[in-house]
Write a protein that binds this ligand. Structure first.
Ligand code: SF4
Length: 351
């Protein structure tokens, strides 16, 4: 442990084997290492948040992932498609309420075309020209490209031209054996990576995410983190790393126990310790609540993510956490840090 602490304090990279040695480490050891990495990376005393709005435009999805309660076939939310007018109305109200970023997230559907995706992006940008559009997911983009019978890079180019500013990572767990089990109809690891490469080709950014607590091992989590770190070395496309535990309620994985708060916090710390090439690690308030998020900040997180007004995917699994910009600021201050509002590129808007 002391050797590892010295290495991390010097901001040296740790190997997968060294990270594996932390498998049974205490939460206090994780905290020491994560804080050492945070200091060594010169990340300062500030923690950011963004006022944004998630627009879940449809829950029609052929993928039927085992861990998802949002898609219509899960039987929790009736099948819906928002109309363009409904989406524009939500975007307008969000802007009036201070949102600087909109996220669009749906399912994988044969009825959602690339032409529609480009058209709604253009309409939102025409109505709210300053709004940052952090939209769709690698899996949605993969399906848009397949339905349009074009290459992924061309698909990304068209989305960017229509107004997409960046794309959420939505990576789930980047371990093929797990994907085959829980989401066999969604993108494979290679397909996901091909979209990330297409983002790079088109000068776009993404976030690296990880959904954990799906029955994977500590080794599997490290396989995921190692792939993220390698891709970041190669492409530098990730602005942030965001990890959240599976909310199994209402899903076909409801027999799985939710990850405990200490396990969640250790995973946030592990990300901070291992990912020496990604400055921003988010705190996961949406699934864990604000009190655990305060602790996540002490485990190396330096971004609270967005207020995500009216997010539906996590709520469909029975989780009811919500917050405001004020709530974000309070949480950050409770953790002894200085809050600031940011934009979609993680740039400071105001203190
Ligand atoms: S996680 Fe996404 S791709 Fe999977 S079923 Fe849910 S909406 Fe569809």
């Amino acid at each position: 442990m002391e050797n590892l602490l010295k290495k991390v304090s010097e901001n040296a990279r740790i190997t997968v084997e060294e990270a594996l040695s932390l498998k049974d480490a205490s939460i206090f050891d994780f905290a020491r290492l994560a804080q050492a990495r945070h200091r060594a990376m010169n990340l300062g005393n500030e923690v950011s948040y963004i006022v944004n709005r998630m627009i879940n435009y449809s829950n029609d999805c052929f993928a039927k992932c085992k861990f998802c309660a949002y898609h219509a076939r899960a039987g929790v939310i009736e099948k819906f498609f928002l109309t363009d007018d409904e989406i524009l109305e939500i975007a307008k109200r969000s802007e009036e309420n201070g949102a600087v970023q909109i996220m669009l997230q749906g399912g994988l559907s044969k009825d959602v075309s690339l032409d529609w995706a480009c058209s709604i992006l253009r309409k939102i940008k025409a109505q709210c020209p300053k709004m940052f559009l952090h939209v769709f997911s690698p899996s949605e983009i993969f399906v848009f490209a397949r339905n349009a019978n074009i290459g992924i890079s061309e698909c990304v180019r068209r989305l960017k031209e229509a107004g997409a500013d960046s794309i959420p990572g939505a990576a789930d767990m980047l371990v093929e054996k797990i994907r085959k089990d829980v989401s066999p109809l969604k993108t494979s690891v290679e397909e996901w990576k091909s979209v990330i490469c297409a983002l790079k080709e088109n000068g776009m950014y993404s976030s690296a995410t990880m959904t954990f607590g799906m029955g994977e091992t500590f080794e599997d989590r490290l396989e995921h983190l190692n792939l993220v770190r390698d891709i970041q070395d190669e492409l530098g496309v990730f602005k942030a790393f965001i990890a959240w535990p599976l909310a199994p309620e209402n899903t076909r994985m409801s027999h799985i126990e939710r990850v405990s708060a200490p396990e969640f916090l250790k995973t946030i710390a592990l990300a901070r310790i291992f990912l020496d090439n990604i400055n921003v690690v988010q705190s996961g308030w949406l699934t864990e609540g604000m009190k655990v998020a305060e602790l996540a900040i002490m485990m190396g997180s330096n971004d609270m993510g967005g207020v995500l007004m009216d997010e539906m995917v996590v709520k469909s699994a029975g989780i009811q956490n919500s917050t405001t910009a004020l709530g974000m600021r309070k949480t950050i201050e409770n953790a002894g840090k200085i809050p600031f509002a940011r934009d979609g590129f993680y740039k400071k808007l105001r203190q």
